[in-house]
Design a protein around this ligand. Structure first.
Ligand SMILES: [Zn+2]
Length: 231
């Protein structure tokens, strides 16, 4: 087999390797938690934290209400016990009860608001949990497919690497070095010759050069520097 054909075949393997590596990188990037999954999880965690906060406030409010009710009860017992005879003292006591009742009303309103808020947050958590379950199931399936594709691609890359090794073993080291140098500069080191033109840069080759390629000599395009190959 001519040297340019060996190089051309090596290039085909390298292109496949490159494509495989790009696919592998893509799969690796897609593996792991997706943006939507992270967002739904975060939303749920935030709602749960907020619920804990509002529930604490609700409990505090309940205690405050209870406390005021007890105080009012005690004052009323005192007021109607008949033990206090001084009218001024009785009036003061009545005022105190009224003031506490006013406070109680405010606390009760606040408690109602908090209870309403707790319900709203619980609803939000329920919706978020359902959403998370849905997103997670879909994500799980996608991850399984991606992992499978990644493994297949890895396997293919291993095979290609072996194929490349065998292919490169047929080429002498200085030619290989030349191939790598041109490849580094041009991306693809070998260009086909079709209808007398270098397919790397589309320029028409001088007749002499073309004939050298035809007889199997290793010729480089004067214009783009790629190694020429005639099928
Ligand atoms: Zn060229």
């Amino acid at each position: 087999m001519g040297l340019s054909r060996l190089l051309y075949e090596l290039q085909q393997i390298d292109l496949e390797l490159q494509k495989g590596q790009e696919a592998l990188d893509k799969f690796e990037r897609q593996l792991g938690e997706t943006e939507i999954l992270i967002r739904v999880k975060t939303d749920l965690a935030l709602a749960q934290n907020y619920l804990a906060e509002v529930e604490t406030k609700q409990r505090d409010a309940e205690w405050e209400v209870e406390d005021l009710e007890t105080k009012i009860g005690e004052l009323k017992t005192k007021l109607y016990s008949g033990k206090i005879k001084n009218p001024k003292e009785l009036l003061n006591l009545e005022h105190e009860v009224e003031a506490l009742k006013k406070q109680l009303k405010e606390k009760e309103d606040r408690l109602l608001d908090l209870m309403g808020e707790v319900e709203v947050v619980r609803d939000r958590i329920r919706i978020n949990s359902e959403k998370l379950k849905e997103v997670q199931e879909k994500w799980q399936k996608e991850q399984e497919i991606l992992a499978q594709k990644r493994n297949e691609t890895k396997e293919k890359l291993t095979q290609l690497a072996q194929k490349r090794e065998m292919s490169a073993a047929q080429i002498d080291s200085s030619t290989l070095q030349l191939y790598e140098q041109v490849r580094l500069k041009k991306g693809q080191a070998v260009a086909k010759v079709e209808q007398g033109r270098c397919q790397g840069c589309r320029i028409t080759l001088p007749v002499g050069g073309w004939q050298q390629v035809r007889v199997g000599m290793l010729v480089m395009c004067d214009n783009c520097g790629r190694i020429l190959h005639l099928d």
